[in-house]
Design a protein around this ligand. Structure first.
Ligand code: V0V
Ligand code: CO
Length: 157
């Protein structure tokens, strides 16, 4: 059975889905990881931030000055030993942590996804990178990959 959907069908299922935003990679040594992606792929660091709510320090890298959305790698290192990210690193080691999708309205996307029967983790969106609003879908409901929803603010490039 084919699962390919036309753009209009996609719109009907999750209105406001803008596309891929970033791929998140969990690392235990942030500077070493940044240096790897810089020297091997020539990616540029475009943003660095500590997110105390998520207990992570994150670096955004891209290969392009233009078209940041959908073309970003987010390297994440835990700030605390009891954070979700440090649990992930202890259990599974460094590697793919999540895939993030940009949406125009994270509250409405979360509510629609809940109606589709998947576990959306937060009752209300929380603070993400560069002032964005984020929520997540549990990896056990997506075939094994933690799914992030990101709503960027107008001031957020
Ligand atoms: C856990 N599991 C994962 C996973 N994390 N599988 C795939 N990808 C991941 N990232 C597996 C885990 O190995 C277990 O599998 C199973 O899920 C059940 O785990 P659990 O006991 O519920 O695990 P916890 O307590 O580690 O929690 C998992 C969740 C947690 C997803 C609930 O990671 C969470 O709350 N994530 C949302 C927040 C977050 O990830 N923040 C960091 C990114 P087995 O072993 O039972 O098969 S912050 C970010 O991206 C920002 C700020 C941004 O972009 O702006
Ligand atoms: Co992310």
């Amino acid at each position: 059975m084919s699962v390919t959907r036309s753009p209009s069908e996609l719109e009907a299922v999750l209105p406001g889905l803008l596309g891929l935003d970033h791929v998140g990679i969990a690392v235990s040594d942030l500077d070493a990881a940044v240096s790897f992606y810089r020297s091997v792929l020539g990616l540029q660091e475009v943003h660095r931030e500590e997110n105390l709510d998520q207990q992570v320090v994150e670096v955004m890298l891209t290969s392009s000055e233009n078209g940041l959305v959908g073309n970003q790698l987010q390297l994440l290192m835990p700030l605390a030993g009891n954070s979700v990210l440090s649990r992930f690193l202890m259990r599974r080691g460094s590697g793919l942590h999540h895939v993030a999708y940009a949406v125009s309205d994270v509250r409405s996307a979360s509510s629609i996804l809940r109606q589709c029967g998947v576990r959306v983790l937060y009752d209300a969106p929380r603070a993400g990178t560069r002032g964005s609003q984020i929520n997540f879908v549990h990896p056990k409901d997506t075939g094994g990959v933690l799914l992030e929803l990101v709503e960027h603010t107008a001031a957020d490039p």
